[in-house]
Design a protein around this ligand. Structure first.
Ligand code: FMN
Length: 364
């Protein structure tokens, strides 16, 4: 029996580890290599209908920290450890008509692996809703098992796309309804952590037909400036724009987001993303309620793997299997959500004395 097998949004995963939408899933070649290496599923790099042109410089940098000189930087120094990725890459530059036959071939080659298409269009008009519908039906007709709606890219100028729509319940509902109205496969909604109304956004998405919430996308963030050169560590012609932070540095914040959703909607599926580098992080997402795990930065960082995390997936599978065996668990369902009831309000945490009062005087 395969103890790693999981059912998530009705889909059978041979293991719960999925490559997130990003460079590791940007082409047929990489996705085939990922499946050959053992990943249970992939979410494709986000597919759109309009051509994109990336910045005239690096799209992604990998930041590292060291104990001797503990500043965070992309610069190469001895004894450093991974801190984060920072990127300002746009969605896929490969057009839909190139993607479609490739998706079909990938699915035919690996029928037992889950192929999820990430898609994105605009909002605010029936034409844009038709763009969502067109992308959705095309990818499903090509054989995709599910869709993930990118409602969270942190570097869009258009105000009706990506992370900008985080607080717009009308737009979130309209996109979900447009897509779920034309396909029958599970539809996952990928949200941004950059909002104080995450739970409201998730409520609307679930209510409008989302089978799962995927989170987190990267956190909107600035690259660092070098004090000596006074240049940003990534820039074009001295200029920079908002990008996204991923990798280990975001794991605690991503867990907070997953915890918030998991406590608000304990029975609803969550695909956990953000800073998973090995079993410890994966365990934590599952403990907070995630039933599926997505990984990007750690796979990109693995040297010699072509950016798809060949050793990483083997380690993740081995470590989860070993853990389940040692604990006598039949599957991850036996410990999924165990952290949920242990996250409480501050007032419920024991104090040294009875005089807590929440940091303010209680009225008489
Ligand atoms: C270079 C790069 C490109 C990305 N492109 C996309 C994208 O096209 N669509 C999307 O939904 N997320 C995209 N992401 C976000 C990742 O899917 C993921 O949510 C994020 O990196 C957090 O996971 P991690 O900490 O494992 O990297 C991208 C991330 C990186 C680093």
């Amino acid at each position: 029996m395969n103890k790693l097998a999981t059912t998530f949004t009705g889909l059978e995963f041979v293991n719960p580890f999925v490559l997130a939408s990003a460079p590791p899933t940007e082409s047929k070649r990489k996705i085939l290599k990922a499946f050959e290496s053992g990943w249970g599923g992939v979410v494709t790099k986000t597919i759109g209908l309009h051509p994109v042109e990336n910045v005239a410089g690096p799209r992604t940098i990998f930041q590292r920290a060291s104990e001797t000189k503990p500043y965070v930087s992309r610069s190469k120094r001895p004894d450093t450890v991974s801190h984060s990725s920072w990127n300002w890459e746009l969605i896929s530059d490969q057009p839909l008509d190139v993607w479609l036959p490739e998706l079909e071939e990938i699915k035919n080659t690996y029928p037992d692996r889950m192929l999820i298409a990430s898609i994105m269009a605009g909002a605010g008009s029936e034409e844009e809703m038709d763009n969502w519908r067109r992308l959705a039906t095309a990818c499903v007709d090509a054989g995709c098992d599910a869709l993930e709606l990118n409602l969270s890219c942190p570097h869009m100028d258009r105000k009706d796309m990506g992370a900008h729509i985080a607080d717009d319940e009308v737009i979130i509902r309209s996109i979900l309804e447009a897509v779920t109205g034309v396909v029958t496969v599970p539809v996952w909604a990928k949200l941004t952590p950059a909002t104080s109304s995450l739970v409201d956004a998730a409520r609307v998405a679930y209510d409008a037909g989302a089978s799962a919430i995927s989170l987190c996308n990267t956190f909107p963030s600035m690259p660092l400036m070098d004090p000596e050169t006074m240049k940003f560590e990534v820039e074009v012609d001295g200029l920079v724009s908002s990008g996204g932070l991923g990798g280990l540095a975001i794991v605690n914040q991503a867990l907070q987001c997953v915890s918030d959703l998991s406590r608000a909607f304990p029975d609803q599926p969550i695909s956990g993303i953000g800073g998973i580098k090995g079993f410890h992080e994966a365990f934590n997402f599952i403990a907070h309620g995630a039933g599926n795990l997505q990984i990007c930065t750690a796979a990109m960082e693995e040297k010699g793997s072509g950016g798809v995390g060949v050793k990483l997936i083997q380690e993740l599978k081995d470590d989860l299997e070993d853990y389940l065996t040692r604990k006598g668990f039949a599957s991850l369902e036996e410990f999924r959500g165990i952290a949920r009831s242990r996250v409480v309000e501050h007032s419920q945490i024991r104090r040294k004395s009875e005089n807590y009062n929440g940091g303010y005087e209680k009225s008489a």
